[in-house]
Write a protein that binds this ligand. Structure first.
Ligand SMILES: Nc1ncnc2c1ncn2[C@@H]1O[C@H](COP(=O)(O)OP(=O)(O)OP(=O)(O)O)[C@@H](O)[C@H]1O
Length: 697
């Protein structure tokens, strides 16, 4: 604990590292709110960049306003009246000589009302709306004066910052302005950074907080200001450096070199009921090379849905076990852990290894027994969810951790696991089914080597996708009945209606009830996110075992379920989903030898983007092509969801939108690490803070 601050009468010299509470205007209440925005120090304030800008640089003539304009107007109050119908409202009419504008307030006090007297000058900023009687502003920001001249427009654009309840823009602006004064005294911000163009960091920050000149303002609004580009490049470089540094640190630690991984893969190949694809073999070769090193492997295997990533994990686990060590496979859900354990048990049986399942469902005695076997090293291979690998689980000689990521785990969790290896860091293998373009993968996972399985196992009949209007629902039901009569199984996916699991669950229940009534001959199962996990697993198992024929589900089934006999998927309201999600869902079928169908039902009328999206789904099954198209159709940021970019927490850059900036920065990062270690440290401290932040949960 640090000493509580005491007021000593002397003003501390302010630096970028000073706590924000030392700034004038940042009392304890404000400090708490700043903290909610992740702001603790003066440094954080200068990097708290505007979300957007408002243009209050000139007064607009009321006569020329249009609905939707966000403008500054100035005029005289000509009426101010309070009304009670339909609710208590203050109506103020403003006249600027060209026309009049209604200002409406629902929340106001008596003082406010009495100040708004006829004849006073008023300047208001807000969005113009059209109403039946003409144009109006609702709750504009305003100022009053006796003389018109006292109400002048602002000189530059007005920055609008990410804020939080109880913290006004005005307060933020004031604190940031003070912080910029402190920053101007800081020599480090002016340090020349080789490879990064002008303006320097300080000038760039100043330009973004206060774009004063006409030219600055126009460029900032267009997103084309050199300061924006400079800071984005600087930030992307800092993140690249952080991940590369973490990688260096990891790589320099000792790991257990596995004696003969090639022999292990040979044995596995002989035990598998199918031949490996060339892509799987190539990835295994890369893996074997890594596993023989006395430094940890850090490898991401990316593969499209159904490309056969489990085999890769199996080979790695086996190589560790055969070398006399232990290995763990982590799955994102209990159900998937179970599924993996079953598959591995089947494959490993002829090789003399029995993988254990560390499940929440184990009885206490069973769990204790398994934990003891892991602690003394007698159990070589274990499968479970991340949640079950708590502190109490100890390993005698953990040499490898494979993580089936499926969008669930963050970098932090992944790195936290490395501590389970004792003095040795376990080799790490991460399996991901999110097809993302290579440059983006290299940014988000710059701490990992990347292998791609770019080929599907042979013998798959491509999934046939049809796009149908809801009006054809009866036809779809007929097809389902026929398919089930032939022993096939069907998924029926209900998509999110509201941002609420509760309503979602209700909708799924209603759909299941309706389908049971419409198809009384079928055994219908149901899974949704509100179910207890045991019940959900039970329903999934019933479907896996063929006990139910039609499974109604919300998008919870998106994650990695493998039921090869399920060969039809119906996705209701498919127009609501993004392409990547549709692709993951569709990947649940087409996993066996049978020809599979995916029916995308939509509610007409269909918008243009939705139509283009569904058409892409119909036309291709290639995950990488779909990811690319998703990017084009949805705009940046959305493809990965908030997790992937959010977890990295960039302030300004968006690795998706700014992908083109990245390749030269990778070269620059190498140069910094080799030639400019002090500057690399400076950049990391400036943009990321503590690099181990990435490594902590
Ligand atoms: N080389 C192969 N030849 C034939 N079948 C294979 C081959 N490799 C894997 N499979 C089978 O293909 C199916 C999909 O494999 P797996 O579950 O490993 O895919 P995945 O890449 O994890 O996909 P998802 O991300 O969709 O879960 C499994 O039933 C698996 O046994």
């Amino acid at each position: 604990m640090s000493e509580p601050r005491r007021y000593t009468g002397a003003k501390p010299p302010l630096t970028l590292d000073t706590e924000a509470t030392f700034l004038k205007g940042a009392g304890p209440a404000v400090a708490l709110r700043l903290r909610a925005l992740g702001i603790e120090r003066v440094r954080d304030l200068i990097f708290h960049l505007p979300l957007r800008y408002e243009d209050r640089r000139s007064h607009q003539a009321i006569a020329r306003l249009k609905p939707g304009d966000e403008v500054l107007v100035r005029g005289q109050v000509v009426t101010c009246e309070q009304r009670y119908a339909p609710k208590r409202t203050l109506r103020v009419v403003l006249d600027d000589g060209t026309g009049s504008l209604l200002l409406r307030f629902f929340h106001f006090n008596e003082a406010q009302k009495s100040n708004l007297q006829n004849g006073r000058w008023l300047q208001a900023f807000g969005e113009v709306r059209g109403n039946a009687a003409g144009l109006e502003m609702v709750h504009p920001q305003y100022r009053l004066a006796e003389q018109a001249e006292e109400l002048q427009p602002e000189q530059g654009l007005t920055p609008i910052y990410p804020a939080t309840t109880g913290l006004t823009q005005q307060r933020l602006r004031q604190l940031i302005a003070l912080s910029l004064q402190v920053a101007a005294q800081d020599a480090a911000l002016g340090t020349k950074l080789p490879g990064l163009e002008a303006p320097d960091t300080l000038a760039a920050l100043q330009a973004l907080h206060h774009p004063h000149s006409e030219r600055d303002a126009a460029q900032v609004l267009a997103g084309e200001h050199p300061a924006q580009r400079r800071l984005k490049r600087e930030e992307l470089l800092a993140h690249q450096l952080t991940l590369r540094l973490l990688r260096q640190r990891q790589k320099s630690r000792p790991a257990r070199a596995l004696s003969d991984p090639v022999a292990a893969t040979r044995e596995l190949r002989a035990a598998l009921p199918f031949a490996l694809t060339a892509a799987q073999q190539r990835v295994l070769d890369e893996l074997c090379h890594d596993l023989q090193q006395a430094h940890p492997m850090l490898r991401l295997v990316q593969g499209d849905v159904g490309s056969g990533k489990t085999v890769i994990a199996a080979a790695a686990l086996l190589a560790a076990a055969r070398a006399g060590f232990q290995a763990a496979l982590l799955a994102p859900t209990e159900l998937l852990a179970e599924q993996h354990q079953r598959t591995l048990a089947r494959w490993f049986a002829p090789l003399g290894f029995a993988p254990a399942l560390l499940s929440n469902r184990l009885k206490k005695a069973q769990r204790n027994q398994l934990q003891a076997a892991l602690a003394d090293g007698s159990q070589a291979i274990v499968v479970g969810t991340h949640a079950v690998f708590q502190d109490s689980v100890q390993f005698a000689a953990l040499a490898l951790v494979a993580v089936d990521e499926q969008h669930r785990f963050g970098v932090q969790q992944r790195l936290a696991l490395r501590e389970k290896g004792g003095a040795h860091v376990p080799h790490q293998l991460i399996l991901s089914a999110t097809p993302i373009p290579r440059t983006l993968a290299q940014t988000l996972y710059a701490d990992l080597d990347i292998s791609i399985i770019d080929q599907l196992p042979p013998g798959r009949t491509p999934i046939q996708t049809v796009v149908l209007s809801n009006e054809k629902r009866d036809e779809v039901l007929r097809r389902i009945a026929e398919a089930c009569a032939q022993g096939r199984q069907v998924y029926w996916v209900c998509t999110l209606i509201e941002e609420s699991e509760e309503l979602d669950a209700q909708a799924a229940e209603a759909t299941a009830a309706r389908l049971r009534a419409e198809l009384p001959q079928l055994r219908v199962g149901l899974v949704h996110g509100r179910m207890k996990s045991e019940l959900k697993d039970e329903q999934m198992r019933a479907f896996q075992d063929g006990a139910t024929q039609l499974l109604v589900a919300t998008t919870v089934i998106e994650v990695g379920v493998d039921v090869p006999n399920a060969s039809i998927m119906v996705i209701e309201n498919a127009e609501r989903l993004g392409l990547s999600q549709l692709h993951q869902l569709r990947g649940r079928v087409g996993r066996g030898a049978q020809a599979s169908q995916c029916v995308l039902l939509y509610q007409p009328p269909l918008g243009e983007t939705a139509r283009a999206r569904l058409e892409t789904m119909r036309a291709t099954t290639d995950g990488f092509a779909i990811a690319q198209r998703d990017l084009e159709l949805r705009g940046p940021g959305e493809l990965l969801g908030r997790r992937q970019t959010g977890e990295i927490g960039m302030k300004l850059a968006d690795p998706m939108r700014d992908a083109a900036l990245i390749p030269p920065l990778q070269r620059l990062a190498t140069r910094y690490l080799e030639q400019e270690p002090a500057l690399a440290k400076l950049l990391i401290a400036r943009w990321v803070g503590d690099p181990e932040r990435y490594a902590r949960v």
